[in-house]
Design a binder for this molecule. Sequence first.
Ligand SMILES: [Zn+2]
Length: 415
Amino acid sequence: MTARPNELRINEQRFWDTMARSGEIGKGRTAGLSRLALGDDDKQMRDLFVGWCRDAGLEVTVDAMGSIFARRPGRDNGLPPVLVGSHLDTQIAAGNYDGILGVLGGLELIRTLNDAGIETRRPIELVDWANEEGARFNPPMLASGVFAGVNKLDWALGRTDLQGKTYGEELKRIGYAGPAPVGGRPVDAYFELHIEQGPILDARKIPVGVVVGGYATRGMRIRIHGECAHAGGAAMDVRKNALVGAAYLIVALNELGWRYHPEGGRSTAVQIEVWPNLTGILPESALVTLDFRHPTVAGVEKMKTEFDAAMVQAAERAQVRMEIAEAWRFGDEAFDKDCIGLIKSAADELKIPCIEMLSQAGHDAYNMTRICPTAMIFAPCDKGISHNENETMAPEDAYPGVNVLMHAVLARANR
Ligand SMILES: [Zn+2]
């Protein structure tokens, strides 16, 4: 070892230059990024990332879901690795930081350890999880879900985008259907740095959030079954318009969110598919994608009960049938006390102010809690704006989180 570990700091300029390079690939309409999973821009970013990892001396493997792992050996390579990362895919209208901060922050910490000649007891692995956003292939956090045993591999590979292309085909097309099995191997711990995507840290001018858990979230797709009929010929009392059923349901969902707003609840309808979606004919079917969230599990369960009742009422009112076609959940998982402790100690040693907080968004880290001790670090982003081309952050708001990540990972990898 050359540097005393507690004096170690990342190379800020190199890190920010690397972030800026990512910001050039898959540019958004007016600013930011639009780098959907398994698209051509995603491939270009992956190629660049793999090159950076190899330049840093890492051994790169890709699993059958397309997640990229880059391994830095330890002194004892029989020990399970400490995993660190996030995602390089983005929403369709996104900024340069969501997910990317955590992957490239992980790369920077490895480059810094290399520069300082620091070995660790355990290997450290950097991961870029495929399709975190779910913007193209629903549900979100798809590949980490397979890794953690939450999703089945075949089911995940068969997910389709709006053009009917499957995840598996698109993964092959971009050359990232890797040979490595998905998961099924021990991981010592998982650390993820991410922008907060909420306003708290920015408003309070605190550089590091220690994430102690998530908002309990229930997501689902509701299939609505109606019946085709003539838009003129069918009297009001015989109509079974699936789109009208969807409308009643979406309004009821939104009111559910408002009822729980005082205690931090929220509800979101994001997508509707309608068939046949043409003029002159009543829609036969609709598929609505939605979720609702609450700071507590008890709260989200109350919301679920009210949502179920609202679904029955909406179906009756539109004379249609509704069913939950798919459901997913996240945010109930507990983060690990020891890993949280390492993050806090790292912040204390570096004299970086931090607060404990909950994550309101979904993250791959939630899946990882099922198979290994997991923790997350938040960095502030401007006014909490995210999933928006105007998402932004100052470089000096990013560096503290990466330094804390580095010291927490270093401590864990020497355990
Ligand atoms: Zn993200």
